[in-house]
Each structure stands twice: as C-alpha cells, then as structure tokens.
Design a protein around this ligand. Sequence first.
Ligand code: COA
Length: 720
Amino acid sequence: MTIGRSEELDEIFRPSSVAVVGASNKAGKVGTYLFRNILEAGFKGVVYPVNPSSKSVSGVRCYPSIEELPETPDLGVIIVPAPSVGDVIDQLGKAGSRGVVIITAGFRELNEAGAALEQDVVQRAAKYKMSIIGPNCFGVINTDPEVSLNSTFSANLPPRGNIAFVSQSGALCAGILAYGVTERIGFSRFVSVGNRAGIDENDLLYSLGRDEATKVILLYLESLVDGRKFLETAREVTEHKPVLVIKGGRTPAGERAAKSHTGSLAQSGRDQLYDALFNQAGVQRAETLGELFRIAKIFSSGLNLEGPRLMLLTNSGGPGIVAADAAVRNGLELPPLARAVHDDLVPRLPRSATVANPLDMTADAGADHYRDILQRLLAAPDMNGALVITTPTPTMTAESVARAILAAKATTTKPIAACIFGVNDLSREVALLEDNGVPTFTFPEEAAQGLGALAKYHAWWTRPKTEVRVFDVDRAAAQAVVDRARRDGTVILSDLAARGLLSAYGIRFPKGGVVHTLDQAVAAADQIGYPVVLKVVSPDLSHKTDVGGVALGIRDPASLRAAWAAMQQSLTAKAHDARIEGFEVETEIQEGKEVLVGVQRDPHFGPILAFGLGGIYVEVLRDVTFRLAPIRPLSALHMVQSVKAFPLLRGVRGEPPSDVEGLTEVIERVSQLAVEMPDVVELDINPLIVLPGHAGAIAADARIVLGPPSRSAPLASAAR
Ligand code: COA
C-alpha cells in the first residue's frame, strides 16, 4: 500500500489535471488509444500529453517533459517502456503529483529483473508519497459526470451506472467493458489493479464502500494480498453495500505436507478457505462471469427482497417448473397461497389456470391478467417478491405484458423480476422494464438466482450481530505446556500435554489416566468404572486406529486383558519403530455423535478453524467446513449447520438431539486458543463426542503440533 494514499483515492479517481506520459499519435499504439479515450470521455479536468517526439497529440499541445508542464498534474498516466518508468515517477514526484496509473508491463509478472524494477518504482513513489495503480494494468474509469475520466485503452466505454468493478486481470477488463456496452451494464468506477504494487483490492474496497455513486462492488480476484485485512474491510463494506466476487486460480498448495486431519483437509481444499473467508465477510461468490454480472444487475436496480418468500407467476408450465427448482436451489421459498388470496384469485383467472405457487395462468391469460393478478399477489403480506415469467401468446404482446408488469409494480415496493420468453428482439421491452426498476433475465433460472442473491444479502445485513466471546481460560497453564514442550524439543505434543493444553481452555476429556503395565490398567479401570477404552500413548502415531492402538467397548477385566494382549501384538507388528510412552485407560463415552474440531495455521489466512463429521472417515467423506478464527457465536452455529451431516446432530429416527450449543462453545474456545496461542500450528480434536441434550461435548482424542518457536504476538484481541 502506498504511504500517501488518501482513503477516497481521489488522487486516482478525481484528478483535476492528468499528464499522459507516452501519449502518441502513431496508429496502433497503446498511448494513442489511451489519450484519445481521455479526450472522448470528455474529461472535466485538464489533460496534458507528454512526449518529447511530438508537438501535439490528437490536436492537443504536447510537452516534451513533466518539468515543462504549465502546472502540476494531479495524476500521471504512464505508458512508456518499463526501464523509463522510474525516471517518470521521479519527475512527477518532484513536480508534486499525488498519483500514478502505470499501464506499462514488464515488471514483477515477467521475471526477477522486472520484479527489481518494480521494487525501484515503488520506492521512488513512496519517497514522494504517491499512490500507484498498476503497473501492468489496463487503467481506471470514473464515470462521475463531474470527472468523466477514462484512462484505459479500451475500445468501449459502457454507460454510466452504479456498479464498480475491480479486476486483477487486464484482459478481462477489456472483455467486460465490451460486454457492458452490449448488455447495457452501467459502471460507476472501473479499475484494473495490475500487479498491485501500490493500491490493492483492500484499499479499493474501502474507498468504493464510501463512494456514493457505487451501489454494488464486483471483484475479480486471483489472490488476496492480505486475507485478514480483506475480511475486516469487506465485513464493514457489506454492512451497507453488496460485494460480489469471482475468484479465479488457486493458491499453490503449501510446501509442507500437513499431517493432521485438519491440515490435510485445509491443504486440499484451499478454495474452501476462500469460501470461508467470503462467507464470514458477507461477500457473495459467483461461479461464472455471466453469473457475476446478472447478480450485479439485480443489486444495481436497488431492489430489496426482505425475505425468502417468492411468488412465481407464469403463463406456461415448463418455465415455471424450471424457475421453481432454481428458486429453491438458491435459498428461496415458494409458499402456498393463503386461502383468502386463492379464493379471491380463482374467479379472476382463466378457468384453465392452476391457482398455486407457481401460478400458471396458461396461454389463455392476457396482459390484464398479469397486471391484476400480480398486484393482488404482491399485496399479500406473506410474499416478499415476485418472479414473472411470460411467453407472449396471441392474447398479448411482449410490450403489453411489460406495461402490465410496470402497472402492478407501481402499487408495491416489493421487488419484481421478469423473464420474457420466445421473442426475437426484446430490446425495447427490456429497456422499458429495466429503466423502471424491473430487472429482466433471459432465462428463469437466472432470475431466480438473482432474487436468491438479494434475499441472501438482506439476511446478511439484517442478521443478529454477535460479538466474539472471550472465555475465562487458564492461559498460564496452557503456556506452561508449550514451554515444557519447547524445553524438551517436542513438536508434536504428547497426548497428555495436548489434553493439558486443551483442558486449560475448558475443553472436557473423559475420566482416565496413563498406565504402563497391565496390572496398572486393570487397577485404573476398576477405579474409573467399566466400560473403558484403551489407547496407546505415542508421539509417533498420529492415526492410532490404523495400527491397532485403540480398543473400545472394554466391559470387564477379562476383556481388558484380551485387548491389552491384542494391542501389544498389533503394535509390535505395525508400529515397532514408534516410541510408546504408555497406555491410556479412560471411561468409554457410550452415546453422542463424533465430530472433528481443528485448527490449521495458514501463512496467508492465519488460524483457520475446521469442523466436520469426525471419526476415522473424516478424510474420506470430507464433510468439513472452514472459518477464520476468531469466530463469532452465530458464525460457529452456521459452521455446524453447514455440513451435510448436520441432520445427524439434530437427531434421526427418534434419537435425542445433540448439544449443538455445547458444540459451538467448544469451537469458540478452540478459536480463542488458536488466536491466543500462536505456537500451536495444528490442532485436531477427533473425535469430539457431542452428547445429547445439554450435556456438552467431550474430546476423546486430541493432537497438537507446535510450529517453530516464534516471537509472534497473538492476534491483537480475541474479541475483535
Ligand atoms: N517521457 C515521455 N515520453 C516518452 C518517454 C518519456 N520518458 N519515453 C518514451 N516516450 C514516448 C516515446 O517517444 C513514444 O512516443 P511515439 O509513440 O510518439 O514514438 C511513446 O512514449 C511510447 O514509447 P515506445 O518506446 O514507442 O513504447 P511502446 O509504445 O512501443 O510501448 C508500452 C510502451 C508501455 C505500451 C509497452 O512498454 C508496454 O508495456 N506494453 C504492454 C502494456 C500492457 O499490456 N499493459 C497491461 C495491460 S492489462
């Protein structure tokens, strides 16, 4: 991030004068196109071409150098070869310019020499406290009529609107601008960030969040410069403005192959980490560019779907069914019609109509039916919005139905989306509807997806706000466990140490103890009471079950003796190299559901929490979800609810429900541990047994790995 940038980034978006260094008259050159674009967009400030080899560019007086300009340009747009960029920065800096957009490529993206060149450019700009966009970028657009700046070399300039687009890919920018023109997508601001040597997506997100002309922010990302900063910034912005993202590419897998469950799951599912991040930030993720812009369109219309209850009105069966499926897939509900509404509508509809939701008026319906029925449906208090699908028939034209929809719209504040089928040229009707606040879509599924996104966003910003809970834990005891391990040079904590550390954070374990002989085992079992579990204690065995190191369901001394003998035999055969430190005898927990709660410390995202169905099948089923620590109570609950196996916790076939509250508390406590104990790089509680009712959850096995000793402070506060 450039030191001198302003929060609004006015030096980039609202310059009163711009110097275009490398502006050209020659056909086919970037500098030629770009300079013309600035002129053609009608820039409201003053623009100066700078090029020693021309007297004028596109009829505008050209200056041989920055020094010779009659005034200090606020912004410099640089289109000269990479080795000259540093000198241009110096000249602009000395003159007092505050921002630069560097179009030039050939920096970090090319090779090491390019990276060094980029570093040099950044240092020079920092000296003058100048903001940098780029290098290797496509430019910047601000359509505010008071500015009208187009510093890109695009052949297309889409209309003014309220969508801001930020892209890590320049080529994508060119494509999107062309698409924007044909699809009538209006932009407020458009930014190609290039190599992000200065301003990055977090700076832009923050400034676009404050830009009044921007109603929805779209990001094309391949990576994040700072995942945690993104989380913080996006969380703030999404409180008042939707943010949509399309994430391309994947971060290369970590160099070290993690050995824990959580670690291997987090490594193989890096994309899921982005999902977690976007989820916690209230950012909606699109799968395709088409989807991104279709959803943007519905947000851009300013509509607000206050709940998931959608009415589907159509004059044909198939499209209604397709839309209904898509609506449900996108989190919407199609509630049945209230009795009174049903009875009111029946006499007003063609006799062939199916009066339900979807309501199929059949091909007998005319435009007046659309107006009358839609109006009545939306007047019903339990409907949040409507999707109108129509295939023009001999009884009506596309235009008459468009006008009918608008007449109904005039009677309600609830959102209506439309999908008109089977007409070749709909441009007039689409313009009529969209200019009057009814977004239209080519296919019913797209409309349902857009409405689903609206409902999701409404649920996000009206969600109950919860704060991270800070539990009263014994940090000194936890630190003592780590210090002891450090002194012993231990990286993987022993079972006992792991248990000690987790107990200090309030995680419960079954009653039991460590023994070294069979007689001690029998005595211990007598003391704690049968049934018991016998487990090997070894720093070398991360998956004890695989080597026969766990025996369950031991009901009496005889079966304990048998289990002991079998375990010794199995360990000799399968784990003869492993250091055996003893055997744990503990109470067997006989009821409850096995889940996994884990932590993986990621160099890029910081501590990540994992939750999923536990036990030995976790890596096969991969029914696991991630969140970044620290976690808020509501987020912990969503985490638990989001795994496919969640119904098992609610209880199936008459089983009692498990203590989900107790489980989420364990997740929150583990989150606090992850934040406060930076030495812990991997942690698995697997299985954590969630008991029924309000009995809480008990850790049956835990594994903790420490990272290299570090002085890194814990995250600022667990209570953020
Ligand atoms: N001050 C002012 N003008 C300068 C200059 C300086 N220090 N150094 C060079 N110029 C002028 C040149 O005289 C030339 O003028 P002309 O067109 O009238 O001859 C103009 O700037 C451009 O310089 P030139 O050497 O001809 O370079 P170019 O136009 O072939 O290439 C770039 C310049 C920036 C376009 C090229 O280096 C580049 O980076 N291309 C890739 C751009 C890209 O893809 N960006 C990412 C998009 S997503």
